[in-house]
Ligand binder design. Sequence first.
Ligand SMILES: CC(C)(COP(=O)(O)OP(=O)(O)OC[C@H]1O[C@@H](n2cnc3c(N)ncnc32)[C@H](O)[C@@H]1OP(=O)(O)O)[C@@H](O)C(=O)NCCC(=O)NCCS
Length: 215
Amino acid sequence: MTRGQTAYTSPAQFRARRLAASPFSRPTVGATGPLSRTAPACPPLFAPWRQRRVDTSAYKRMGSGGTPTLTIRPATAGDIEPVVSLDAQITAVSKPEYWRDLFGRYGTQEAGRHFLVAMLDNTLAGFIIGEVRAWEFGSPPCGWVFALTVDPEGRLRGVGTNLFEAICGRFRDEGVTKIRTMVSKNGDAKTLMSFFRSQGMMAGPFIELEKDLAP
Ligand SMILES: CC(C)(COP(=O)(O)OP(=O)(O)OC[C@H]1O[C@@H](n2cnc3c(N)ncnc32)[C@H](O)[C@@H]1OP(=O)(O)O)[C@@H](O)C(=O)NCCC(=O)NCCS
């Protein structure tokens, strides 16, 4: 069966299957199963920020049947630099001030605000940021995810799913029963849509409008 042909009767059934297929047993728990999945080919990247000094040994061990440990934890100040670097690699724009500001607001472990990182051994494998928003446009409190990125070298191994599950768990613990996000039509929309649909997310009740204010 190829991608896109799998039939799931419910999001819960999908999530259970997806997490079972991940080489990582559960978030924050070391990987125990064999790595049977094939990494996507990483496109050649020539941007200067690609020359970040990361420890790639965990990725190499993933490819060679090793068992790196995946940990999902709140971001710390030491994670900002690798987050800036990973984001720059994906979006082609380096914005350290933006990420430092986000860390200041969401990395405080304040209730309802979550900046989580996925660490493969000691290497940043991805991050997710979200918050509980209440009564925007009349909506009861719900969780919003507004940033999610997984290192291209570690994709399609369940890192994104584990990050998403981790933030869903935190939102649930805070009493919200709905999670929302938006996907830009630019950038990697197809992959993001495919990912969020795979997590059971569907079209929401809002229509986004905009107007150009430039003279
Ligand atoms: C979307 C993203 C987070 C997925 O991370 P990931 O760790 O590869 O995701 P998972 O391995 O948990 O994949 C879960 C499911 O998502 C779907 N999916 C993920 N990547 C996909 C791809 N390239 N094509 C089609 N479906 C895909 C699949 O259904 C997959 O399940 P399967 O492997 O059993 O088929 C990652 O591709 C990414 O960071 N993309 C760039 C995001 C971006 O542009 N961020 C900047 C703006 S916020």
